[in-house]
Design a binder for this molecule. Structure first.
Ligand SMILES: [Zn+2]
Length: 106
């Protein structure tokens, strides 16, 4: 796994703000809190957003609002899968970051 801790390409700060936006697709705009520059934009895949600590009802609202989601599968099962894979992925990414940066984790 290759990991990278994002930083502002303008000033080098890691003090970043995620702005979640729902239009035709869900976007995450990243802004530097220090110099206010635009850093990056992510497009969230259909059904791909997971927010730890939020319940199934919250997930369902997100998925229902997501026009690209067409699967007929049981949404609760999808939620459980997304929750599990998100937590596992976070754990792996954090481990990889610790392996890469050690005590210097930014
Ligand atoms: Zn900056």
């Amino acid at each position: 796994m290759d990991v990278y801790i994002q930083k502002c390409q303008n000033c080098g700060s890691r003090n970043l703000r995620n702005i979640l936006s729902r239009e035709s697709a869900q976007h995450v705009y990243v802004q530097c809190r220090d110099c206010e520059h635009f850093v990056a934009r992510y497009v969230v895949a259909s059904g791909g957003y997971f927010h730890e600590g939020r319940d199934y009802e919250s997930f369902l609202r997100t998925v229902t609002l997501d026009s690209g989601f067409t699967s007929g599968r049981d949404l609760k099962a999808v939620f459980d899968e997304v929750a599990e894979s998100s937590r596992k992925g976070f754990g792996k990414a954090l481990q990889a970051a610790n392996d890469k940066y050690g005590d210097e984790l930014p």
